[in-house]
Design a protein around this ligand. Structure first.
Ligand code: ATP
Length: 352
């Protein structure tokens, strides 16, 4: 199973981009949740506008689908500035960055997604561009190479990263404002669902929105995606109105349970509980039992299970928490005096 196969994955799919664009809030007042980020950003932008200048560089960190691209567009809109969108992996040479920077207009917002994945020479060029609005373009090679300084118009860099800790400190320090985006509360996701339903002209009753929000893993992108699938179901199987019953029946078809776990998550948890007595069990052994690649279990399923407090990664292997037993409606085995579960899948038997 890959990221793309999953309804509850937070990565954006290609065909999803147009509909996402239609659902994006356009101004700060419309942006739901993240109260601290909104309040702080509002101050930064108001102050910049009052000075008649350009806003400070902004770093947004947080998991995929939490609204970093949306917020960068809002920053541009609130500043009345154009926006240029690119990403770290697209900038492999310093020259790529130089050509983007030299074509920016005064006050323009440059959104650099996945900024931690930029090449080293490009990153070093960015330091000077951010601080002095200047770059040195190197012409020629070897001992005859010369650096030609190029003045840039003032601009606002909005960098986005899933992990701010991956950024080298000199880059991190050059941002005037850093915001960490948290996962959304269910009540906030409910608002996201209600707002999107209105834009998509689908009728959702309050309970229907609650049901979708509760299964959206704290992520607006997933909430919007589940809403679209529930809308399909409501249109095909009912009168088009999303009620709690319709939402839960639709998401049962798509195998997304009431806590947002999908088939893969439940397969991992189910194996851990039923075959290995709740662990500890090694990652490789667990992956074989589920019939998936080790990386899929580790990178695709586990982060959410850990965040939900259903699974723990310990030095001795993966361990299910009491909440995992409760979620799958199973009873944990009696503890043996040695502290192990006594289940059939102990680390010693299967290695891993
Ligand atoms: N606070 C919010 N209020 C309403 N809708 C939101 C909010 N945040 C995100 N969304 C919606 O969720 C979708 C994903 O948001 P966005 O593309 O901005 O996420 P992202 O963090 O940039 O993701 P990635 O890191 O994968 O690029 C968009 O359709 C957007 O409309």
């Amino acid at each position: 199973m890959t990221h793309e196969d999953r309804l509850v994955d937070a990565q954006v799919e290609d065909e999803e981009q147009a509909v996402e664009a239609a659902l994006r809030p356009k101004e700060l007042g419309e942006f739901i949740g993240q109260p601290k980020v909104r309040e702080q950003l509002d101050l930064v932008l108001r102050a910049a506008r009052a000075r008649g200048g350009t806003a400070d560089h902004v770093l947004l960190s947080g998991a995929p689908g939490l609204g970093k691209t949306t917020l960068s567009m809002i920053i541009a809109a609130e500043m009345g500035a154009p926006i240029r969108i690119t990403s770290g992996p697209a900038i492999q040479h310093a020259g790529d960055l130089a050509s983007i920077l030299s074509s920016l207009q005064e006050g323009e917002v440059l959104f650099l997604d996945e900024i931690h994945r930029m090449s080293r020479p490009a990153e070093e060029m960015l330091y000077m561009a951010m601080e002095d609005f200047r770059v040195d373009v190197i012409v020629g090679k070897g001992p005859g190479a010369t650096a030609i300084p190029l003045e840039l118009p003032p601009f606002t860099l909005v960098g986005a990263t899933t992990r701010a800790g991956l950024l080298p400190p000199p880059l991190r320090d050059r941002f005037g404002f850093t915001a960490h985006m948290e996962f959304y509360e269910p009540a906030e996701l409910e608002q996201v669902v209600r707002r999107s339903a209105q834009l998509l002209e689908v009728h959702t009753d309050p309970e229907g929105a609650v049901e979708i929000a509760g299964r959206s893993r704290g992520t607006p992108r997933i909430a919007n995606r589940l809403l679209r699938r529930v809308r399909d179901y409501a249109q095909v199987k009912a009168d088009g109105v999303i009620t709690r019953r319709i939402a839960s029946a639709a998401l049962e078809v798509y195998e997304v349970d009431e806590r947002g776990l999908d088939r893969l998550d439940r397969a991992v948890l189910g194996s851990l509980l039923k075959l290995f007595g709740g662990g500890p069990v090694g990652l490789s052994t667990l992956a074989v039992a589920v019939g998936e690649e080790r990386e899929t279990v580790e990178e695709v399923a586990e982060p959410f299970l850990v965040r939900e407090g259903l699974l723990a990664r310990t030095p001795r292997g993966r361990v299910a928490t009491p909440a995992a037993w409760a979620h799958l409606g199973l009873t944990p085995p009696q503890q043996t005096p040695s502290g192990g579960s006594g289940g059939p899948g102990q680390q010693g038997l299967f290695g891993g």
